[in-house]
Design a protein around this ligand. Structure first.
Ligand SMILES: O=C(O)CCC(=O)C(=O)O
Ligand SMILES: [Fe+2]
Length: 298
C-alpha cells in the first residue's frame, strides 16, 4: 500500500519535470546540489523583476528611513546598533546587509514568484512532490562591505536537522537574483557536490573549495538543503538584491508560521490560489477532533 503511494508520487514528480523540460536542470541539482535557471526557462519577465525590485526598495525605505537605489545603495549612513548579524558571526564580520521578511504579504507579484511553476517543480523534485511546503520568503539586501568575512558564511540551510542526514532534502532554497551576480558584486558562494557529504561545512578548508556562482539578473539559483553555501563580500557600489524563497518538507517546522498566520485572503490573490494554499500548508489536521470516536451503545 505505502509502496504504491510513493511510486505514484515519484511518477508525478517525474512527469512534472518532463512536462516543463527540466531534465538537465535536475541532473545538475543531483550532481552539484545547485543549478542556475535562466529567466527564459522560469518565465519570470523583466517587468516582474522590476516590480519585485521596486517593492523591495520601497520596503527598505519604509523600514530603514532613507532612500535606496540599486545603483547607489542606501542614500544615508546606516547604524545597526548592537546587532552583529547572523552568518557574519562565524568570522566576526561587520554586517553589510539586512533581510526583509514575509515578502508574500507585500503584493501579488511576490506571491506569484513563490508559486513559479519551474521553481516549485525543482523544490518538489528535491523535497518530495506532495510534501513540499513554504518555510519563509525573505530578501537579502547587500551592499559593499565585509560581507560574511573570511568564512564566506558557509553553512547548510538544513543545519537545524540533527545528523545523520539522508539523501532527501528536508529543505531547499530558491535564490532569485534581482541584480547581476559576479564575484565582485557579492555572488553566491558554494562547494559543488557538497550536498553528497551529508555534513556541515568544515572550516576553513571549505572556503578553498568554494566557487562563485555568477549569473545575470533574473536568474534563479535553486539548491539542496545540504549544499555548503554562503556569499562573497560585495566590493562594488550599489546593491545586490536577492529574494530567497525557502521551502521545507511537511515534517519540518516552518521558519515563518505561514500555516497559522498568513492572511488567507491574500492567498486567493495570486496566479494559482490552490497551489499557494497547498504550499502554505493551511488547515493542518489534528487542530480539532478530526477523527471520529465510537459511540457507547445505549
Ligand atoms: O547570498 C547570501 O548572502 C546567502 C544566501 C543564503 O544563505 C540563503 O539564501 O540561504
Ligand atoms: Fe543559506
Amino acid at each position: 500500500m505505502e509502496q504504491t503511494r510513493s511510486a505514484r508520487h515519484l511518477e508525478k514528480r517525474r512527469r512534472n519535470i518532463e512536462d516543463l523540460g527540466l531534465e538537465r536542470y535536475v541532473w545538475e541539482l543531483d550532481n552539484n546540489g545547485y543549478v542556475v535557471v535562466p529567466p527564459e526557462v522560469t518565465g519570470v519577465t523583466p517587468e516582474m523583476i522590476d516590480a519585485l525590485t521596486d517593492g523591495l526598495l520601497a520596503k527598505c525605505e519604509e523600514l530603514v528611513g532613507c532612500a535606496f537605489t540599486v545603483a547607489d545603495g542606501p542614500a544615508g549612513e546606516l547604524d545597526f546598533g548592537e546587532y552583529r548579524g547572523t552568518l557574519e558571526l562565524i568570522s566576526g564580520a561587520k554586517p553589510s546587509q539586512f533581510q526583509l521578511m514575509q515578502l508574500c504579504t507585500f503584493s501579488r507579484v511576490f506571491r506569484d514568484l513563490a508559486i513559479n511553476p519551474v521553481a516549485v517543480a525543482l523544490m518538489r523534485y528535491l523535497i518530495g512532490y506532495p510534501e513540499t511546503r513554504f518555510s519563509s520568503h525573505n530578501s537579502f539586501v547587500k551592499w559593499a562591505g565585509e560581507g560574511y568575512g573570511d568564512s564566506l558564511g558557509l553553512h547548510c540551510d538544513m543545519g537545524g536537522v540533527p545528523l545523520p542526514w539522508g539523501r532527501v532534502s528536508l529543505s531547499a532554497n530558491c535564490n532569485w537574483c534581482l541584480t547581476d551576480y559576479t564575484l565582485d558584486d557579492g555572488a553566491f558562494a558554494c562547494v559543488p557536490g557538497s550536498h553528497l557529504r551529508h555534513s556541515h561545512p568544515t572550516l576553513p578548508g571549505a572556503v578553498t573549495e568554494a566557487i562563485p556562482v555568477e549569473c545575470p539578473k533574473g536568474s534563479l539559483i535553486a539548491f539542496h538543503g545540504q549544499l555548503w553555501h554562503g556569499a562573497y563580500p560585495r566590493k562594488t557600489e550599489g546593491l545586490r538584491l536577492t529574494i530567497a524563497n525557502y521551502y521545507r518538507h511537511a515534517v519540518i517546522q516552518p521558519q515563518d508560521d505561514i500555516p497559522n498566520h498568513f492572511p488567507r485572503e491574500l492567498a486567493d490573490d495570486c496566479a494559482d490560489p490552490k497551489l499557494f494554499k497547498q504550499l502554505a500548508g493551511f488547515g493542518a489536521p489534528y487542530q480539532s477532533q478530526v477523527l471520529p470516536v465510537p459511540r457507547a451503545r445505549a
